[in-house]
Design a binder for this molecule. Structure first.
Ligand code: GDD
Ligand code: MN
Length: 386
């Protein structure tokens, strides 16, 4: 595959002077199964980084330079990745800091992860032997560790340990999918936003532990206060948006309205002379029809069943799941009223719904009815059965 190492630079003359020969002479010759090249995404650095790159371009023909105006790290990366894809035919876009924060010796491990079928390989400082620079001051260490923990917790995604880093091998398909959404992230928040969108869209991400090293030449360009503000703004709004558009919220609203349909039907039919058990059952079935349709066309829209025959076949299955809920409610009411008396019936109903019906039915819908969740043991069973 064609791999392009993208080095964003702003005033990194001394670092780039050391890094490019190391990549060309020590790292690339060890990588036999890929076509390696370098793209420097420089923002017309006043220190003359671009001139150094142009000098190297005469020596090695696998080096390119994309110059532009300084808008921030994210903007430089979007420009560089686009250039690598369009002008260099890159299959893998490999982002890396130019200041030796990222250990170039780790590059082959990232590529192995891609060969194994991952869509992205990201460097991690926070798990399995990765580390942050030992010479960082205490406040910088705390800042970095707490920042990443905060991102993981707010986004509720714990499998990935390092959200903010820029040591990443990305298949071009991932970038193509997310590119349009990424244009607005011009600064350092790009890293978190890009990874979050990739994970959201189901791309497979592998982590590669590495020991980060503080730069010895030049200065960091990060503005900590601005960075942390933008970062928090992003993760909080992203999380809020996720909850607001989550299947679970829609499922809950559907269920609440379904409950109202059940209760109102019971009242109306009962007042018109019907026996409560018949009135309740009719109301229950109307609620089931409502729940099934709304969940199919709204809550689980992405996985909706559209073929009429399949829809008709799913409906009895859905009723069967509902029967399970019914059994749970009547068991809780039976046992509960035995201990706490009949006056506790409404509280017991709410208890049954929250602790039994919701976890049970939401799981059943996701696993069996709309099949959003791939349960690994079930998948293995299916493979065995054929
Ligand atoms: N072209 C361009 N334009 N490059 C930039 C810009 C910019 O506006 N800002 C920074 N860079 C380049 C730097 O020249 C360097 O090669 C790399 O991006 C990382 O920038 P540093 O200034 O060294 O950032 P840092 O070491 O403080 O930040 C590290 O931690 C962040 C948070 O974990 C980096 O690893 C970041 O990638 C990471 O997001
Ligand atoms: Mn740095």
């Amino acid at each position: 595959m064609k791999v392009v190492i993208i080095l964003p630079t702003y005033n990194e003359k001394d670092n780039i002077e050391r890094l490019i020969p190391i990549l060309e002479q020590d790292i690339f010759p060890k990588i036999k199964n890929h076509d390696m090249s370098i793209l420097v995404a420089d923002d017309n650095s006043p220190d003359g980084t671009g001139t150094v790159v142009k000098r190297f371009m005469k020596k090695w023909d696998n080096i390119a330079l994309s110059s532009g105006e300084k808008q921030g790290l994210g903007a430089a990366l979007v420009r560089g990745m686009t250039y690598a894809m369009k002008n260099l035919n890159a299959d893998i876009l490999f982002g890396m800091d130019a200041d030796f924060f990222h250990d170039p010796k780790k590059i082959p491990i990232f590529l192995e992860k891609i060969e194994q079928g991952h869509d992205m390989a990201i460097g991690t400082r926070y798990s399995n032997g990765g580390s942050i620079p030992a010479n960082w001051g205490l406040h910088r260490k705390v800042f970095s560790i707490v920042g990443n923990l905060l991102v993981r917790t707010i986004l509720m995604r714990f499998r990935i340990h390092d959200w903010t880093g820029g040591f990443r091998a990305i298949k071009k398909e991932v970038f193509l999918k997310e590119r349009n959404e990424m244009i607005s992230f011009k600064g350092y928040t790009f890293q978190v936003a890009f990874l979050h969108k990739a994970v959201r869209d189901g791309f497979r991400v592998a982590e590669v532990p590495f020991a980060a090293h503080d730069r010895t030449l030049g200065r960091s360009k990060i503005a900590p206060l601005e960075y942390i503000t933008n970062l928090l703004k992003y993760v909080i709004t992203a999380r809020f948006h996720e909850v607001l558009h989550s299947s679970f919220l829609k499922y809950a609203i559907t269920g609440l309205v379904g409950y109202a349909i059940n209760a109102i039907t019971l009242e109306v039919l009962f007042k018109n002379g019907m026996h409560p058990s018949a009135a309740g059952a009719i109301g229950g079935e109307l609620a089931i029809i409502w729940n099934f349709s709304m969940n199919n066309f709204w809550s689980f829209k992405k996985h909706r069943i559209t073929k009429p025959l399949k829809f008709l076949l799913k409906f009895p299955q859905f009723n069967l799941v509902a029967l399970g809920s019914l059994v749970m409610i009547s068991a809780v009411l039976g046992i509960g009223t035995h201990y706490y008396g009949e006056s506790s019936r409404q509280i017991l109903l709410i208890f049954a719904i929250i602790f039994f019906v919701i976890p049970y039915s939401y799981t059943m819908y996701n696993v069996f009815i709309w099949k959003r969740w791939r349960v690994s043991f079930l998948a293995k069973l299916q493979e065995k059965v054929g």
